[in-house]
Design a protein around this ligand. Structure first.
Ligand SMILES: C[S@@+](CC[C@H](N)C(=O)[O-])C[C@H]1O[C@@H](n2cnc3c(N)ncnc32)[C@H](O)[C@@H]1O
Length: 859
């Protein structure tokens, strides 16, 4: 695969990042090595990102990837992930057909070298997997046929474990044939030779075996990959490496991994080119004997791995437990791999990512230089290994630069970025990650001496002594992250992320439960709950009863929830249709509408109608069941992983889910202050629209069933000053992914109830959660002035032309409503004498008056 960008010329400094991907997850293994002129090998750290969210996102990329790359976008990152995942899945479903990347209006092409979107995809995928081992299609064909027959066409058995069965069967049949002595077949089909690449396998005892005794090395020239062919560095067992690489994010975990890393860092993690340049820096341990003839990876070495084994062992495809080797990809000054590190057979991906910074220089490296000049070189094998080498030359241009401690670099990286990747921020990007790595490297490099001297223990490389200034400054500018806006008051933490660092943090008080503001009459007492309105005789879980208890009466004798805690499909459908296709009988009209009364107490206008809503009734305190009863979903509170984030469409903050949510999931309740409508009206008047981002909710689901509601009984929820996470849920017209459903818990009279938000479809992780507030954008009398809707829905009801200011709209309206007047104006202009004579100065004056009015409207 190639992603071509102009290349950087001075790779004086080499970082090596290794990405290891697996189908189940994308593990992000960050190995960093650094070789700076004569300074030697400095690597040091390894970090696992819990890539759960990577994989979630990666695996859900759209079928066709046509995406604009923007700085701060996740596209590059997602693309990388998709590549990585694709590789690890060995030509699985993640493949894209010739994606087009757009940057700054230019098309960038990504050529997937496995262009295999052909009808017989499965066959081709299998061929490709085998080609990567140097096995020809012709050789694979009979084996594949045999297996398909054997497995009754069950492809999954063949595809499993990166075509393990196919590979095994192939070699088995080879061995059989060889044993029979019928003929000697070379493993490779290429000109009857063995494949150029070695297949390194490490067996269960950690012994390395290889398909290739000759240890043929690959240079850039001979890494030329034939079309649709992979070569590979090694095969490793996903199980083993997964085991080794449990995703962790804490620095503690980082430390615990250092035993492995130390092994790496004790090795000369530099490219062959660098080793040639600085032979004194190339310790012998861990390298193959002849570093020039025998390009060798700085392996994560395990017990019993010896170069003897490495050289002598033959491939044992069926029995080995495969293990991981990682090695650097060196990069030449022109960005190509000039030291191919053993048998790593790759196609590299070179990205001088500084090219992608144009849109946002603010977050670019500081120190008065365009410090972020790097090349990314990606090498990959079809079975999971992906290596990225990042060349970063800016550091050396700095007179005071001292190679920073790499632990410190990694630690800072962790603080700056990695915690975000735990929650995968769509606006993050691989580019940004690399950029930050360089920046931190430079900052620490520049500051390390001074900071170290400040450190009490001058010898310590302890993280506590790390220079933090640069990072902190940058953090201030580039993002804000709060790990829990709920102040610990919910079952789950809810983070907040502003990756621009530009938005003011929302000012409000987090409350997990509704709270009465002042005069609202919310009467909670057990005495008010009638015996027939609860299930005092129940115990345990009401959902498990063969006959639903009294609490199910409200929902037609069936509970609204499934045992999994989701809304039942039928119930959801009815609720949806009542909202989506409201009919006349879905509305009730109050005799005297509290809303109208709050606007005009003396002469309230007639009620405009309230939508009839279906209620859920949950079991509560007077019920005999336990708290784990399946009919107590909303009252058990938040369970989903949510994040408040800054939207990009001008909607302010928004809420998104960090995990996939099935249809019917309870997300959260709309929590706020319980106000009477009069109180709300007064509050609104007082604030005169200063609180830009508020949208109170009227609790009017049952208003129609009563005669005349008293003021203190007509309630609403206002989350402007006190509220929960729901206050961040933005509006979307018609096709929002949440639905609000009234839930009766403790108050049978339903003047007060809970407003719960459920998903009305499956929602993917990182999708924004939206809810149709039910705004009538044409209702200009509504006490709460409707915002200009930026929901982006094709069904958007706000017909106001987008991007047009209210003032313009106002002017148009004025002009339109005054067509007659305009006619006069035209008359006046066309026939001034006539108009003047006919109308005197009146129109002229009027014209001026209107002109003044218009000109004074601030645009
Ligand atoms: C309940 S709050 C949602 C959170 C809010 N975006 C914030 O930053 O706090 C409702 C307010 O968000 C904004 N908003 C919500 N949905 C919107 C949309 N579709 N288009 C524009 N603004 C929206 C409006 O200012 C609205 O008054």
């Amino acid at each position: 695969m190639t992603l071509e960008f102009p290349l950087q010329k001075r790779p004086d400094c080499v970082f090596s990042l290794a990405l290891l991907a697996r189908p189940e997850r994308v593990f992000f293994l960050l190995l960093s090595s650094c070789v700076v002129q004569g300074k030697g090998n400095l690597l040091s750290s390894v970090h696992h990102i819990s890539a759960h969210h990577f994989s979630l996102s990666c695996l859900k990329l759209p079928e066709k990837l046509i995406v604009p790359i923007k700085y701060n976008d996740n596209v590059i990152f997602a693309l990388f992930c998709s590549v990585i995942t694709s590789l690890s899945m060995n030509l699985s479903n993640m493949l894209y057909d010739d994606p087009i990347l757009l940057y700054a209006g230019k098309k960038l092409h990504v050529n997937y070298f496995w262009d295999i979107m052909a009808p017989n995809r499965k066959v081709i995928k299998a061929y490709n997997a085998m080609r990567s081992l140097g096995i020809s299609d012709d050789e694979v064909k009979p084996v594949l046929k045999k297996l398909l027959k054997l497995y009754d066409g069950k492809w999954e058995l063949i595809e499993e474990d990166n075509y393990r069965t196919l590979i095994d069967t192939y070699f088995e049949s080879k061995e059989d044939k060889q044993a029979e002595g019928k003929r000697k077949t070379p493993i490779s089909h290429h000109d009857g030779e063995r494949p150029k690449q070695k297949l390194h396998l490490v067996d269960g005892d950690g012994q390395v075996s290889s398909t290739d005794n000759s240890r043929q090395e690959l240079s850039v020239e001979d890494t030329e990959i034939p079309p649709k062919t992979f070569r590979q560095e090694m095969i490793k067992s996903s199980r083993t490496s997964m085991e080794d690489m449990k995703p962790t994010t804490s620095s503690q975990a980082l430390q615990t991994r250092l035993t492995d890393v130390e092994r790496i860092s004790s090795l000369p993690c530099m490219a062959a080119r660098d080793r040639k340049l600085y032979p004194e820096n190339a310790p012998s341990a861990g390298y193959c004997e002849d570093p020039t003839d025998e390009p060798c990876n700085p392996h994560i070495r395990r017990k019993n791995i010896s170069s003897d084994h490495y050289q002598k062992e033959h491939m044992k495809p069926r029995t080995e437990k495969l293990k991981l080797h990682l090695g650097p990809v060196s990069t030449s000054s022109d960005g190509s791999s000039d030291a191919p590190n053993g048998n790593l057979c790759t196609k590299s991906l070179s990205v001088p990512y500084q090219n992608m910074h144009k849109e946002d220089d603010s977050s670019a490296c500081n120190n008065n230089t365009r410090a972020c000049k790097g090349n990314i070189n990606i090498a990959s094998s079809p079975l999971g290994e992906v290596k990225i080498s990042l060349n970063y030359d800016a550091a050396l241009g700095q007179p005071n630069f001292h190679v920073p401690d790499m632990d410190a670099v990694m630690k800072s990286m962790e603080e700056k970025h990695l915690r975000f990747y735990k929650t995968f921020v769509p606006q993050s990007s691989m580019v940004k990650l690399l950029d930050d790595l360089c920046e931190i490297y430079l900052n620490l490099g520049l500051n390390s001496n001074q900071k170290r001297s400040n450190c009490k223990n001058a010898n310590s490389h302890n993280a506590a002594c790390l220079p933090q200034q640069g990072v902190a400054d940058d953090e201030k500018n580039s993002f804000r992250f709060l790990s829990d806006i709920t102040k610990g008051s919910e079952n789950v933490k809810i983070s907040l992320l502003d990756d621009t660092g530009s938005e003011e943090l929302p000012k409000f008080n987090y409350i997990p439960y509704n709270i009465i503001y002042q005069s609202a009459n919310v009467n909670i007492s057990l005495a008010r709950i009638a015996d027939e309105g609860c299930c005092a005789d129940c115990s345990g879980d009401c959902l498990s009863l063969s006959f639903p208890c009294a609490c199910a009466q409200e929902t037609g004798g069936e509970f609204a929830y499934t045992p999994q805690g989701l809304l039942k499909e039928e119930f959801l459908t009815v609720c949806m249709s009542m909202i989506m296709e409201p009919q006349d009988n879905h509305f009730v009209y109050c005799q005297e509408c509290p809303l109208e009364r709050s606007k005009n107490d003396k002469m309230p206008e007639p009620c405009k109608g309230h939508m009839v809503r279906k209620f859920i009734k949950e079991c509560w305190r007077k019920c005999g069941c336990g708290m784990q009863c399946g009919n107590r979903v909303v009252q058990r509170g938040l369970r989903c992983k949510l994040q408040v984030f800054l939207t990009r469409e001008g909607k302010g903050w928004g809420l998104r889910t960090l995990e996939d949510l099935p249809k019917g999931s309870f997300v959260c309740e709309y929590v706020g202050e319980i106000l009477t409508n009069t109180e709300l009206y007064e509050r609104t008047l007082q604030n005169s629209g200063n609180d830009r981002h508020t949208y109170p909710v009227t609790l009017d689901a049952d208003w129609g069933s009563e005669g005349v509601l008293k003021d203190e009984e007509a309630l609403c929820l206002d989350a402007t000053y006190n509220g929960n996470v729901a206050r961040f849920i933005n509006h979307r017209c018609s096709d929002a992914n949440l639905i609000d459903i009234p839930v009766e818990v403790e108050t049978p009279d339903r003047h007060y109830y809970h407003l719960a938000l459920f998903t009305n479809r499956n929602v993917n992780a990182y999708e924004e959660l939206t809810w149709d507030y039910g705004i009538d954008f044409d209702d200009h009398d509504h006490p709460i002035k409707a915002f200009q809707c930026c929901c982006g829905s094709a069904l958007c009801r706000d017909k106001k032309p987008k991007g047009q200011s209210d003032n313009l709209v106002l002017i148009s309206a004025i002009l339109c409503q005054n067509l007659t007047f305009i006619l006069y104006v035209l008359l006046f202009i066309a026939f001034p004498r006539y108009s003047a004579s006919q109308s005197g100065c009146m129109y002229g004056f009027k014209l001026k008056e209107w002109e003044i009015k218009i000109l004074h409207v601030p645009f």
